[in-house]
Write a protein that binds this ligand. Structure first.
Ligand code: FES
Ligand code: FES
Length: 212
């Protein structure tokens, strides 16, 4: 037998032996593997847009998925699902949060406000009306998050909560251009409608000088 054929045979033999060894080692483990345990569930009750909602949820469900997939409130958008774009911003007890970064079970007893709860087509929230007036959107995907975030921003300013650009953290912050832009910096707009968004928020904040 030529030397190369002998090598082939011996190589095949080694591979076959290895495969058999692996199969013998792994197969019993696979056979013994227990079926996956059912996902833990929990009852959650919270107020969404003023209405009490009760859900039985997989404890890993985010607030964003609970709103969109379980309550069909699809106004709140999923952009990155990683806390980076702000598309999922909602108000919880008046504070703005990224709903994709928060588990629904953490909000038992909370009051959640989504874009559907801020205004209606016949009775727009002032921020919704200002976004329409100033053309503060193009595709509109980021808009619900922008508006919910802006509502939170105006409330923060009214309560005197300082930001990273506040010169004096003990003074009332005001709605300057810098304050509004800093506070809205977590809400991205892939269409780049920032200057119109800034104008809309500035108008509602009552500070024309804060407009872009
Ligand atoms: Fe939540 Fe982007 S979807 S921050
Ligand atoms: Fe399109 Fe903002 S309007 S992402």
């Amino acid at each position: 037998m030529p030397q190369s054929s002998a090598f082939e045979l011996s190589r095949r033999g080694v591979l076959a032996g290895s495969a058999a060894t692996v199969a013998a080692t792994v197969a019993p483990e696979v056979a013994k593997a227990a079926p996956a345990a059912p996902a833990p569930q929990a009852a959650v009750s919270f107020k969404v847009n003023g209405r009490t909602r009760k859900l039985q949820l997989d404890t890993r469900t985010t607030l964003l998925d609970a709103l969109r997939d379980h309550l069909q409130l699809t106004g709140t958008k999923k952009g990155c699902d990683h806390g980076q774009c702000g598309a999922c911003t909602v108000l919880v007890n008046g504070e703005r949060i990224n709903a994709c970064l928060s588990l629904a079970v953490m909000h038992h007893g909370d009051a959640v406000t989504t874009i559907e709860g801020l205004g209606t087509p016949d009775d727009l929230h002032p921020l919704q009306a200002a976004f329409v007036k100033h053309d503060g959107y193009q595709c509109g995907y980021c808009t619900p998050g922008q508006i919910c975030s802006a509502a939170g921003v105006l409330d923060e300013i009214a309560r005197g909560v300082p930001s990273h650009v506040s010169d004096d953290i003990t003074a009332a912050p005001g709605a300057s251009n810098m304050e509004l832009r800093e506070r809205m910096s977590g809400n991205l707009c892939r269409c780049g409608a920032y200057s119109n968004i800034a104008e809309a928020i500035a108008e509602v904040a009552g500070n024309p000088r804060a407009r872009a």
